[in-house]
Design a binder for this molecule. Structure first.
Ligand SMILES: Cc1cc2nc3c(=O)[nH]c(=O)nc-3n(C[C@H](O)[C@H](O)[C@H](O)COP(=O)(O)O)c2cc1C
Length: 364
Protein backbone atom coordinates (compact mmCIF):
# COMPACT_ATOMS: atom_id res chain seq x y z
CA UNK A 1 0.00 0.00 0.00
CA UNK A 2 1.40 3.45 -0.98
CA UNK A 3 2.20 6.19 1.55
CA UNK A 4 -0.86 8.22 0.49
CA UNK A 5 -3.19 5.21 0.84
CA UNK A 6 -1.80 4.35 4.29
CA UNK A 7 -2.43 7.95 5.34
CA UNK A 8 -6.01 7.81 3.98
CA UNK A 9 -6.64 4.60 5.90
CA UNK A 10 -5.26 6.19 9.06
CA UNK A 11 -7.55 9.22 8.61
CA UNK A 12 -10.65 7.04 8.30
CA UNK A 13 -9.75 4.92 11.31
CA UNK A 14 -8.98 7.96 13.47
CA UNK A 15 -12.10 9.91 12.48
CA UNK A 16 -14.24 6.86 13.21
CA UNK A 17 -12.67 6.06 16.60
CA UNK A 18 -11.44 9.27 18.21
CA UNK A 19 -13.00 12.56 19.18
CA UNK A 20 -11.75 14.76 16.35
CA UNK A 21 -14.28 17.58 16.49
CA UNK A 22 -13.45 21.17 17.36
CA UNK A 23 -14.18 22.33 20.89
CA UNK A 24 -15.32 25.66 19.43
CA UNK A 25 -18.79 25.80 17.89
CA UNK A 26 -19.72 26.39 14.25
CA UNK A 27 -22.11 29.17 15.36
CA UNK A 28 -25.51 27.64 14.55
CA UNK A 29 -26.39 28.04 18.25
CA UNK A 30 -25.95 31.81 17.80
CA UNK A 31 -28.55 31.95 15.03
CA UNK A 32 -32.21 31.85 15.98
CA UNK A 33 -34.82 31.70 13.26
CA UNK A 34 -37.88 33.73 14.28
CA UNK A 35 -40.70 31.24 14.86
CA UNK A 36 -43.90 31.82 12.90
CA UNK A 37 -46.95 30.62 14.85
CA UNK A 38 -49.21 31.17 11.82
CA UNK A 39 -47.10 30.08 8.86
CA UNK A 40 -50.07 30.18 6.41
CA UNK A 41 -48.73 27.17 4.49
CA UNK A 42 -49.22 23.44 4.65
CA UNK A 43 -46.15 21.31 5.38
CA UNK A 44 -47.03 19.41 2.20
CA UNK A 45 -46.45 22.61 0.15
CA UNK A 46 -42.77 22.67 1.04
CA UNK A 47 -40.34 22.28 -1.84
CA UNK A 48 -36.67 21.76 -0.91
CA UNK A 49 -35.39 21.52 -4.50
CA UNK A 50 -32.88 23.93 -5.98
CA UNK A 51 -30.87 24.78 -9.03
CA UNK A 52 -27.23 23.98 -8.30
CA UNK A 53 -24.84 25.05 -11.06
CA UNK A 54 -27.60 24.38 -13.62
CA UNK A 55 -28.46 20.95 -12.18
CA UNK A 56 -31.55 20.19 -10.07
CA UNK A 57 -30.96 18.87 -6.54
CA UNK A 58 -33.92 17.56 -4.54
CA UNK A 59 -32.57 19.04 -1.30
CA UNK A 60 -29.73 21.46 -0.43
CA UNK A 61 -27.51 18.75 1.01
CA UNK A 62 -24.01 17.79 -0.11
CA UNK A 63 -22.25 14.59 0.88
CA UNK A 64 -18.84 16.19 1.44
CA UNK A 65 -15.64 14.79 -0.10
CA UNK A 66 -13.99 12.19 2.10
CA UNK A 67 -12.44 9.16 0.60
CA UNK A 68 -11.05 6.99 -2.17
CA UNK A 69 -7.80 5.23 -2.98
CA UNK A 70 -8.20 1.97 -1.01
CA UNK A 71 -10.54 -0.99 -0.71
CA UNK A 72 -12.33 0.25 2.40
CA UNK A 73 -13.00 3.48 0.53
CA UNK A 74 -14.65 1.65 -2.37
CA UNK A 75 -17.21 0.18 0.00
CA UNK A 76 -17.90 3.54 1.65
CA UNK A 77 -18.05 5.42 -1.68
CA UNK A 78 -20.45 2.81 -3.07
CA UNK A 79 -22.93 3.43 -0.25
CA UNK A 80 -22.51 7.22 -0.35
CA UNK A 81 -22.96 7.27 -4.15
CA UNK A 82 -26.12 5.14 -3.98
CA UNK A 83 -27.52 7.47 -1.33
CA UNK A 84 -26.78 10.63 -3.38
CA UNK A 85 -28.55 9.08 -6.36
CA UNK A 86 -31.54 7.93 -4.32
CA UNK A 87 -32.16 11.32 -2.71
CA UNK A 88 -31.10 13.49 -5.68
CA UNK A 89 -28.23 15.16 -3.80
CA UNK A 90 -24.70 16.32 -4.66
CA UNK A 91 -21.64 14.36 -3.60
CA UNK A 92 -17.87 14.88 -3.58
CA UNK A 93 -15.23 12.16 -3.84
CA UNK A 94 -12.15 12.41 -1.61
CA UNK A 95 -8.82 13.74 -2.86
CA UNK A 96 -7.99 11.90 -6.09
CA UNK A 97 -4.24 12.37 -5.79
CA UNK A 98 -3.79 8.65 -5.01
CA UNK A 99 -5.34 7.71 -8.37
CA UNK A 100 -3.52 10.42 -10.32
CA UNK A 101 -0.32 8.83 -9.06
CA UNK A 102 -1.56 5.26 -9.48
CA UNK A 103 -4.37 4.99 -12.08
CA UNK A 104 -5.22 1.47 -10.87
CA UNK A 105 -6.95 3.15 -7.94
CA UNK A 106 -9.36 5.12 -10.15
CA UNK A 107 -12.09 2.53 -9.60
CA UNK A 108 -12.23 3.33 -5.87
CA UNK A 109 -13.50 6.82 -6.85
CA UNK A 110 -15.32 5.87 -10.09
CA UNK A 111 -17.68 3.67 -8.05
CA UNK A 112 -19.45 6.88 -7.00
CA UNK A 113 -20.39 7.72 -10.62
CA UNK A 114 -21.29 4.07 -11.28
CA UNK A 115 -23.73 4.18 -8.35
CA UNK A 116 -24.94 7.71 -9.07
CA UNK A 117 -25.32 8.16 -12.84
CA UNK A 118 -27.56 11.22 -12.41
CA UNK A 119 -26.13 12.85 -9.29
CA UNK A 120 -24.06 16.04 -9.23
CA UNK A 121 -20.50 14.90 -8.51
CA UNK A 122 -17.49 16.97 -7.45
CA UNK A 123 -14.00 15.80 -8.39
CA UNK A 124 -11.42 16.68 -5.71
CA UNK A 125 -7.75 17.61 -5.60
CA UNK A 126 -5.59 19.47 -3.07
CA UNK A 127 -4.17 22.97 -3.54
CA UNK A 128 -0.64 21.99 -2.43
CA UNK A 129 -0.33 19.59 -5.38
CA UNK A 130 -0.99 22.50 -7.75
CA UNK A 131 1.65 24.61 -6.00
CA UNK A 132 4.06 21.68 -6.49
CA UNK A 133 3.48 21.19 -10.22
CA UNK A 134 0.01 19.78 -10.97
CA UNK A 135 -1.75 21.62 -13.78
CA UNK A 136 -4.68 21.38 -16.17
CA UNK A 137 -3.76 17.82 -17.19
CA UNK A 138 -4.15 16.42 -13.66
CA UNK A 139 -7.32 18.47 -13.11
CA UNK A 140 -8.86 17.06 -16.31
CA UNK A 141 -7.83 13.51 -15.36
CA UNK A 142 -9.59 13.86 -11.98
CA UNK A 143 -12.72 15.24 -13.63
CA UNK A 144 -12.82 12.50 -16.28
CA UNK A 145 -12.20 9.79 -13.66
CA UNK A 146 -15.62 10.34 -12.08
CA UNK A 147 -17.30 12.17 -14.97
CA UNK A 148 -17.57 15.13 -12.61
CA UNK A 149 -19.95 18.08 -12.86
CA UNK A 150 -17.55 20.40 -10.99
CA UNK A 151 -14.05 20.35 -9.51
CA UNK A 152 -13.41 21.04 -5.84
CA UNK A 153 -9.93 22.15 -4.82
CA UNK A 154 -9.25 21.86 -1.13
CA UNK A 155 -7.10 24.32 0.78
CA UNK A 156 -5.72 22.79 3.97
CA UNK A 157 -2.77 24.92 5.15
CA UNK A 158 -3.27 23.88 8.79
CA UNK A 159 -3.25 20.15 8.04
CA UNK A 160 -0.20 20.50 5.77
CA UNK A 161 1.58 22.35 8.60
CA UNK A 162 0.95 19.60 11.11
CA UNK A 163 1.11 16.29 9.30
CA UNK A 164 4.59 14.75 9.38
CA UNK A 165 4.71 14.41 5.57
CA UNK A 166 2.92 17.74 4.97
CA UNK A 167 3.59 20.02 2.00
CA UNK A 168 2.89 23.50 3.38
CA UNK A 169 3.49 25.39 0.14
CA UNK A 170 0.70 27.58 -1.24
CA UNK A 171 2.92 29.83 -3.39
CA UNK A 172 1.39 31.00 -6.66
CA UNK A 173 -1.92 29.21 -6.11
CA UNK A 174 -4.22 32.02 -7.15
CA UNK A 175 -2.67 32.11 -10.60
CA UNK A 176 -2.97 28.30 -10.81
CA UNK A 177 -6.66 28.59 -9.89
CA UNK A 178 -7.04 31.28 -12.57
CA UNK A 179 -5.47 28.94 -15.12
CA UNK A 180 -7.79 26.07 -14.16
CA UNK A 181 -10.94 28.19 -14.18
CA UNK A 182 -10.09 29.53 -17.64
CA UNK A 183 -9.30 26.11 -19.14
CA UNK A 184 -11.90 23.84 -17.58
CA UNK A 185 -15.43 23.89 -18.95
CA UNK A 186 -17.01 22.98 -15.60
CA UNK A 187 -17.23 25.12 -12.42
CA UNK A 188 -14.33 25.18 -9.97
CA UNK A 189 -15.21 25.40 -6.26
CA UNK A 190 -12.58 26.21 -3.65
CA UNK A 191 -13.04 24.63 -0.25
CA UNK A 192 -11.33 24.66 3.11
CA UNK A 193 -11.24 21.56 5.30
CA UNK A 194 -12.28 22.90 8.72
CA UNK A 195 -10.74 26.38 9.15
CA UNK A 196 -13.17 28.51 7.12
CA UNK A 197 -12.69 31.19 4.47
CA UNK A 198 -12.64 34.94 5.21
CA UNK A 199 -14.19 37.73 3.11
CA UNK A 200 -10.70 38.78 1.98
CA UNK A 201 -9.87 35.31 0.68
CA UNK A 202 -13.38 34.83 -0.76
CA UNK A 203 -12.91 37.96 -2.91
CA UNK A 204 -9.60 36.65 -4.23
CA UNK A 205 -11.20 33.31 -5.06
CA UNK A 206 -13.93 35.12 -7.00
CA UNK A 207 -11.36 37.21 -8.89
CA UNK A 208 -9.54 34.01 -9.84
CA UNK A 209 -12.68 32.84 -11.66
CA UNK A 210 -13.96 30.13 -9.28
CA UNK A 211 -17.73 29.74 -9.27
CA UNK A 212 -18.21 28.63 -5.70
CA UNK A 213 -16.81 28.36 -2.20
CA UNK A 214 -17.33 25.61 0.35
CA UNK A 215 -16.42 27.39 3.58
CA UNK A 216 -15.69 24.18 5.59
CA UNK A 217 -15.43 26.34 8.69
CA UNK A 218 -14.33 25.60 12.24
CA UNK A 219 -16.82 23.87 14.50
CA UNK A 220 -16.89 20.36 13.02
CA UNK A 221 -14.04 18.01 12.13
CA UNK A 222 -10.67 19.43 13.20
CA UNK A 223 -7.76 18.25 11.05
CA UNK A 224 -5.34 19.42 13.71
CA UNK A 225 -7.04 16.91 16.02
CA UNK A 226 -6.87 14.15 13.38
CA UNK A 227 -3.17 14.82 12.78
CA UNK A 228 -2.56 14.89 16.55
CA UNK A 229 -3.80 11.30 16.80
CA UNK A 230 -1.69 10.25 13.79
CA UNK A 231 1.41 11.91 15.24
CA UNK A 232 0.75 10.17 18.55
CA UNK A 233 0.70 6.81 16.80
CA UNK A 234 3.78 7.53 14.70
CA UNK A 235 5.55 9.03 17.72
CA UNK A 236 6.38 12.47 16.32
CA UNK A 237 6.43 14.79 19.35
CA UNK A 238 6.37 18.29 17.82
CA UNK A 239 3.42 17.38 15.55
CA UNK A 240 1.52 16.13 18.60
CA UNK A 241 2.02 19.46 20.34
CA UNK A 242 1.07 21.41 17.19
CA UNK A 243 -2.06 19.28 16.81
CA UNK A 244 -3.18 20.14 20.33
CA UNK A 245 -2.26 23.84 20.12
CA UNK A 246 -4.08 24.36 16.81
CA UNK A 247 -7.06 22.10 17.43
CA UNK A 248 -9.48 25.04 17.53
CA UNK A 249 -7.83 27.28 14.95
CA UNK A 250 -10.12 28.73 12.32
CA UNK A 251 -13.09 30.86 11.34
CA UNK A 252 -16.34 29.40 12.66
CA UNK A 253 -18.68 28.17 9.93
CA UNK A 254 -21.54 30.69 10.36
CA UNK A 255 -19.32 33.78 10.29
CA UNK A 256 -17.47 32.33 7.32
CA UNK A 257 -20.75 31.84 5.44
CA UNK A 258 -21.81 35.45 6.06
CA UNK A 259 -18.37 36.82 5.15
CA UNK A 260 -18.28 34.83 1.90
CA UNK A 261 -21.91 35.59 0.98
CA UNK A 262 -21.52 39.33 1.65
CA UNK A 263 -18.23 39.74 -0.20
CA UNK A 264 -18.91 37.74 -3.40
CA UNK A 265 -21.65 36.70 -5.81
CA UNK A 266 -20.51 33.07 -5.71
CA UNK A 267 -22.44 29.93 -4.78
CA UNK A 268 -21.59 29.35 -1.12
CA UNK A 269 -21.68 25.91 0.49
CA UNK A 270 -21.90 25.70 4.27
CA UNK A 271 -19.89 22.93 5.90
CA UNK A 272 -17.95 22.32 9.08
CA UNK A 273 -20.15 21.16 11.95
CA UNK A 274 -23.44 20.99 10.01
CA UNK A 275 -25.12 18.30 12.08
CA UNK A 276 -28.88 18.41 11.45
CA UNK A 277 -31.58 19.83 9.20
CA UNK A 278 -31.95 22.97 11.35
CA UNK A 279 -28.25 23.73 10.71
CA UNK A 280 -28.95 23.36 6.98
CA UNK A 281 -32.00 25.69 7.25
CA UNK A 282 -29.94 28.26 9.18
CA UNK A 283 -27.15 28.04 6.59
CA UNK A 284 -29.61 28.82 3.79
CA UNK A 285 -31.25 31.62 5.80
CA UNK A 286 -27.88 33.40 6.09
CA UNK A 287 -27.21 33.05 2.38
CA UNK A 288 -25.63 29.66 1.69
CA UNK A 289 -26.96 27.67 -1.26
CA UNK A 290 -26.54 24.26 0.39
CA UNK A 291 -25.17 22.54 3.49
CA UNK A 292 -22.41 19.94 3.34
CA UNK A 293 -21.82 17.15 5.84
CA UNK A 294 -18.79 14.85 6.18
CA UNK A 295 -18.00 13.08 9.45
CA UNK A 296 -21.55 12.08 10.51
CA UNK A 297 -22.16 10.59 7.04
CA UNK A 298 -18.93 8.59 7.18
CA UNK A 299 -20.05 7.18 10.53
CA UNK A 300 -23.51 6.42 9.10
CA UNK A 301 -22.09 4.84 5.92
CA UNK A 302 -19.92 2.37 7.84
CA UNK A 303 -23.07 1.25 9.68
CA UNK A 304 -24.61 0.42 6.30
CA UNK A 305 -26.85 1.65 3.53
CA UNK A 306 -30.06 1.53 5.54
CA UNK A 307 -28.64 3.58 8.38
CA UNK A 308 -27.20 6.18 5.97
CA UNK A 309 -30.54 6.49 4.17
CA UNK A 310 -32.35 6.97 7.49
CA UNK A 311 -29.82 9.65 8.47
CA UNK A 312 -30.40 11.59 5.23
CA UNK A 313 -34.16 11.14 5.44
CA UNK A 314 -34.12 12.55 8.98
CA UNK A 315 -32.02 15.55 7.83
CA UNK A 316 -34.53 16.34 5.09
CA UNK A 317 -37.47 16.01 7.50
CA UNK A 318 -35.72 18.34 9.98
CA UNK A 319 -35.10 20.86 7.20
CA UNK A 320 -38.75 20.71 6.10
CA UNK A 321 -39.97 21.11 9.67
CA UNK A 322 -37.77 24.19 10.19
CA UNK A 323 -39.07 25.62 6.89
CA UNK A 324 -42.67 25.01 7.97
CA UNK A 325 -42.04 26.70 11.33
CA UNK A 326 -40.78 29.88 9.64
CA UNK A 327 -43.43 29.78 6.89
CA UNK A 328 -40.97 29.21 4.03
CA UNK A 329 -42.50 27.30 1.09
CA UNK A 330 -39.17 27.04 -0.74
CA UNK A 331 -35.48 27.84 -0.34
CA UNK A 332 -35.83 31.35 -1.82
CA UNK A 333 -38.36 32.18 0.89
CA UNK A 334 -36.08 30.62 3.51
CA UNK A 335 -33.34 33.07 2.42
CA UNK A 336 -35.55 35.99 3.45
CA UNK A 337 -36.89 34.92 6.87
CA UNK A 338 -36.02 37.04 9.92
CA UNK A 339 -33.41 35.71 12.33
CA UNK A 340 -31.49 36.94 15.33
CA UNK A 341 -27.70 36.62 15.48
CA UNK A 342 -26.24 36.59 18.98
CA UNK A 343 -23.15 35.59 20.97
CA UNK A 344 -19.67 35.23 19.51
CA UNK A 345 -21.04 35.15 15.94
CA UNK A 346 -22.65 38.59 16.36
CA UNK A 347 -19.57 39.92 18.12
CA UNK A 348 -17.26 38.74 15.33
CA UNK A 349 -19.50 40.07 12.56
CA UNK A 350 -19.99 43.45 14.24
CA UNK A 351 -16.25 43.82 14.79
CA UNK A 352 -15.74 43.04 11.09
CA UNK A 353 -18.26 45.72 10.08
CA UNK A 354 -21.40 43.70 9.32
CA UNK A 355 -24.76 45.02 10.58
CA UNK A 356 -26.24 41.92 12.17
CA UNK A 357 -29.50 43.73 13.07
CA UNK A 358 -30.40 43.78 9.36
CA UNK A 359 -31.11 40.02 9.58
CA UNK A 360 -33.58 40.51 12.45
CA UNK A 361 -36.06 42.72 10.55
CA UNK A 362 -36.02 41.51 6.98
CA UNK A 363 -38.69 42.81 4.63
CA UNK A 364 -40.96 39.80 3.88
C1 LIG B 1 -12.54 11.12 6.90
C2 LIG B 1 -12.54 12.45 6.21
C3 LIG B 1 -11.81 12.60 5.04
C4 LIG B 1 -11.80 13.82 4.36
N1 LIG B 1 -11.14 13.93 3.18
C5 LIG B 1 -11.25 15.06 2.43
C6 LIG B 1 -10.70 15.12 1.12
O1 LIG B 1 -10.09 14.18 0.63
N2 LIG B 1 -10.87 16.27 0.42
C7 LIG B 1 -11.55 17.35 0.93
O2 LIG B 1 -11.71 18.36 0.24
N3 LIG B 1 -12.06 17.30 2.18
C8 LIG B 1 -11.95 16.20 2.93
N4 LIG B 1 -12.52 16.13 4.17
C9 LIG B 1 -13.12 17.36 4.75
C10 LIG B 1 -14.61 17.39 4.59
O3 LIG B 1 -14.97 17.40 3.23
C11 LIG B 1 -15.25 18.61 5.29
O4 LIG B 1 -14.85 19.80 4.63
C12 LIG B 1 -14.88 18.73 6.77
O5 LIG B 1 -14.71 17.47 7.35
C13 LIG B 1 -15.94 19.50 7.57
O6 LIG B 1 -17.15 18.82 7.61
P1 LIG B 1 -17.68 18.00 8.91
O7 LIG B 1 -17.52 18.89 10.11
O8 LIG B 1 -19.12 17.69 8.59
O9 LIG B 1 -16.84 16.76 9.01
C14 LIG B 1 -12.55 14.93 4.88
C15 LIG B 1 -13.28 14.76 6.06
C16 LIG B 1 -13.29 13.55 6.72
C17 LIG B 1 -14.10 13.42 7.98
Amino acid sequence: MSRICKRKKGHINITLRENVEHEIKPGFGDITLVHNALPEISRSDIDTSLNFFGHTLQAPIILEPMTGGLNEATKINKILGKCAEHFGLAIGVGSQRAAIENPKLAKTYRIVRDMAPNAFIFANLGCPQFAEGYGIEEAKAAVEMVDADALMLHANPLQESIQPEGEPNFRGLLSKIRELTSKLDIPVVIKETGCGISSEVASKIESAGAKGIDVAGAGGTSWAAVEYFRAKKIGTKIQQVLGITFRDWGIPTCVSIIEAVRSTRLTIISSGGVRNGIDVAKSISIGATAGGIALPLLKAAVRGERFLNETIKTLIEELKTAMFLVGARNLDELKRVPLVISGFTAHWLNERGYKTYEYARRPS
